[in-house]
Design a protein around this ligand. Structure first.
Ligand code: GSH
Length: 281
């Protein structure tokens, strides 16, 4: 597959994101939009519209980012880019249309250039135009995302995670006393089937599941499963063993709210099969 794009073309970004989510190999052809490569005869043969992206695949050239993405989704269904239900699909397509049909086209390079010449607007007027349509577009888009529980985990970067005043096992959170406070962050990666080994934390620890699925066995207190986008205030001083129960890697951001010379993690029952406190990556 060959993707014709430009490094800061948002329409080409959409297709790159889909290709990468689906882990598809492709080569990139760089069309320098500022220099006008898109209007050269060679590229107009690829896409007579003179726009990127265009994707050469299966002996044909596909154009228009959203149809390209839907083609990729049909040809390579895993992981799916659209929800399984009709209403969910309508919602996702509507969100995509807000960006691709209502915000982007009126701020495209050729439109901004047309405002300048022949219409004669100066840079300040063009910037005002650009900011106005982006602001009003996202003023509608963001609440549509934020207020809906169907919003995917990868879109919740700005959501606040309030884990409350208790740990996952209902313990009151307390910080180590008498020593200087020390906060440490780590990203823990586990391959499918891999386990941390039995260990415990004697200091408060906040976990955020960046990717994947982890089942944590708390012995007599049961097992909890945490998935992408979930935040957990981990149990304090309770032995537990975490295992990647998903089909891909699990990555966890762990933040220890500890104290100087107090171990964040205590290994129990011998070796842990993965380091429980690697350095921040
Ligand atoms: N609706 C098209 C829009 C494509 C588009 O406008 N691409 C821009 C880059 S983001 C472009 O090639 N602009 C060139 C120009 O304006 O001359 C899609 O979603 O693929």
């Amino acid at each position: 597959m060959k993707l014709y794009g430009y490094f800061r073309s948002s329409a080409a970004f959409r297709v790159r994101i889909a290709l990468n989510l689906k882990r598809l190999d492709y080569e990139s052809a760089f069309i320098h939009l500022r220099r006008g490569d898109q209007r050269q005869p060679g590229f107009l043969e690829v896409n007579p519209q003179g726009l990127v992206p265009a994707l050469e695949t299966d002996g044909q050239v596909l154009i228009q980012s959203l149809p390209i993405i839907e083609y990729l989704d049909e040809r390579h269904p895993e992981p799916p880019l659209l929800p399984g239900d009709a209403a969910g699909r309508a919602r996702v397509r509507a969100l995509a249309a807000i960006v691709a049909c209502d915000i982007h086209p009126i701020n495209n390079l050729r439109v901004l250039r047309y405002l300048q010449r022949p219409l004669g607007h100066d840079q300040a007027a063009i910037a005002a135009w650009y900011n106005h349509w982006i602001d009003s577009g996202f003023a509608a888009f963001e609440p549509l995302l934020a207020g809906d529980p169907r919003t995917g985990a990868f879109l919740i970067v700005n959501r606040q995670h309030d884990t409350g005043v208790k740990t996952v096992l209902g313990q009151t959170i307390s910080y180590p006393a008498g020593k200087p406070a020390k906060v440490t962050a780590a990203i823990i990666t586990m391959l499918p089937g891999e386990a941390t080994g039995w260990h415990q934390h004697d200091v408060p620890m906040f976990d955020y599941i960046l990717e994947g699925e982890v089942a944590v066995d708390y012995g007599a207190q049961g097992t909890r499963v945490y998935r992408t986008g979930e935040a957990v205030m981990e149990a304090i001083a309770v032995a537990h063993n975490g295992r990647n129960t998903g089909s891909g890697p699990a990555r966890i951001l762990a933040v220890f709210m500890g104290a100087d010379s107090v171990p964040n993690t205590v290994l129990l029952k011998g070796d842990a099969s993965v380091p429980v406190q690697p350095p921040l990556q």
